[in-house]
Design a protein around this ligand. Structure first.
Ligand SMILES: Cc1ncc(COP(=O)(O)O)c(C=O)c1O
Length: 421
């Protein structure tokens, strides 16, 4: 039987509401309203082609990978390794083996902190990150600093526009800076950082660059070779793929010198009673039976995104963001956070309505079928910079439209009416 490697079914479609029929969940009605899904920065919805790739694996090809000579194991391995090649090509990696499967961005960053950081950092070495980061690009470095005696420093973020330029990083370097760990796009205020310029400066100072691509890889063209970064972490579930899987891209020279992450099956070359030797990259970092269908689902998701074209995805999101910033900006007593220029940001908009708690706004919006997130968005240091405890956050993706922005604006008006005296 042919291997069920469903390629994208976008058939020349373009991002926008025309894609809604590809996403079965968007047919749901929530509180008797059309579902307006604006919580994409937390997790995106999945197209039929991804659902079929997951289902097709278990129905037709299920077996363990890398270890059987029987047909099913061979098919499973081909699909699993084929997905690695697709994901590598999607982010511009030269070799498929530079993609390590992980549980997601969080695990990718922890892997680098453990396998690179604990081996190479010395007391007094410095790790540079920013106040914009998600907790998953802060807490692993706090662990690492504690374990190695290294020092964690933060590039300060200006409260008024949250923009950071290469100069803001340049002035933070010292002869002890070993690692720069930065987001390419904020998951709260959408700020996009000039990663290529920052990586260049970091390399001039001999530092390694890790990019949190959780919000950039799903939403804009990303080429790790052009950006010249050393590590890039991202999650499948934010880019039309399943939860529980993601990837770490790494520069091969670094991956080769790093220690394994976990011990177990598949990551070894030889094991004796006394010692073990390691399998080649990437398998050295992938102990145990992996989440086989997860990467296959992610492979299908990147087929879908690549068929749309990431330039088109980015252009679509910029258009919606511009419209949303304009529309939300007209609402009295509503505060918008982050850059005003849609070219400096992605399609994530944080806002608050005066005297109404973000959770209350979120609940009324849900009653209108509009799904947003309310809270600190796993970015408490940034909340402190912005001088708030939490915000509402609307975030857009390939299937959203101006109609969704209008529904958001109407629902905010309803919420304001509800909470005004
Ligand atoms: C910028 C950023 N980094 C890291 C993460 C963590 O991703 P995951 O929970 O998929 O590991 C997220 C998720 O919200 C994020 O937005």
């Amino acid at each position: 039987m042919a291997i069920a490697d469903k390629s994208a079914t976008t058939d020349g479609k373009t991002p926008g509401p025309g894609l809604r029929p590809d996403f079965p969940i968007l047919e749901r009605r929530i509180n008797d309203r059309r579902l307006v899904y604006l919580d994409n920065a937390a997790s995106s919805q999945k197209p039929e082609s991804v659902l079929q790739a997951l289902d097709g694996f278990y129905r037709h090809h299920n077996a363990n990978v890398h270890r059987g000579i029987h047909t099913l194991s061979q098919e499973a391995t081909d699909l699993y390794e084929g997905a690695r090649a697709k994901v590598a090509a999607f982010v511009g990696a030269r070799q498929a083996s530079q993609i390590i499967w992980t549980r997601g961005t969080t695990e990718s960053i922890n892997l680098v902190a453990h396998s690179w950081g604990r081996k190479f950092l010395q007391p007094g070495d410095e790790i540079l990150t920013t106040e914009l980061e998600h907790h998953s690009n802060i807490v692993p470095w706090q662990f690492l600093a504690k374990a190695t005696g290294s020092v964690l420093k933060y590039v300060p973020v200006p409260e008024h526009d949250t923009l950071l330029g290469a100069d803001d990083f340049a002035r933070m370097f010292t002869p002890r800076t070993r690692l720069v760990a930065l987001t390419q796009m904020s998951n709260v205020v959408g700020t996009v950082l000039p990663v290529k310029e920052i990586a260049e400066i970091a390399h001039q100072h001999g530092a390694v660059v890790l990019v949190d691509g959780a919000q950039s890889v799903p939403h804009m063209p990303v080429d790790v070779v052009d950006l010249d970064v050393d590590f890039m972490a991202f999650s499948a579930h934010k880019m039309l793929g399943p939860t529980g899987v993601g990837a770490l891209y790494g520069r091969m020279e670094l991956l080769r010198t790093m220690d394994p992450y976990q011990g177990g099956g598949d990551m070894i070359a030889t094991v004796s009673m006394e010692k073990s030797t390691w399998n080649a990259v990437p398998h050295k970092f992938e102990a145990g039976t992996p989440y086989i269908s997860g990467p296959i689902g992610l492979g299908s998701a990147v087929d879908y995104l690549a068929a749309l074209g990431m330039e088109n995805v980015q252009a679509h999101e910029r258009e919606i963001t511009e419209y949303a910033l304009e529309s939300l900006g007209k609402i009295p007593r509503l505060t918008l956070y982050g850059p005003r220029d849609p070219l400096s940001r992605g399609a994530v908009i944080a806002f608050n309505v005066e005297d109404v708690h973000p959770h209350d706004i979120g609940q009324v919006l849900d009653s209108q079928g509009v799904a947003v997130r309310a809270g600190h968005h796993c970015a408490q240091p940034l909340m402190r910079v912005l001088g708030v405890g939490s915000t509402v956050r609307a975030s857009f993706y390939v299937y959203n439209s101006r109609d969704d922005v209008d529904a958001l604006v109407d629902a905010i008006a309803t919420a304001k009416g509800y909470f005004s005296d």
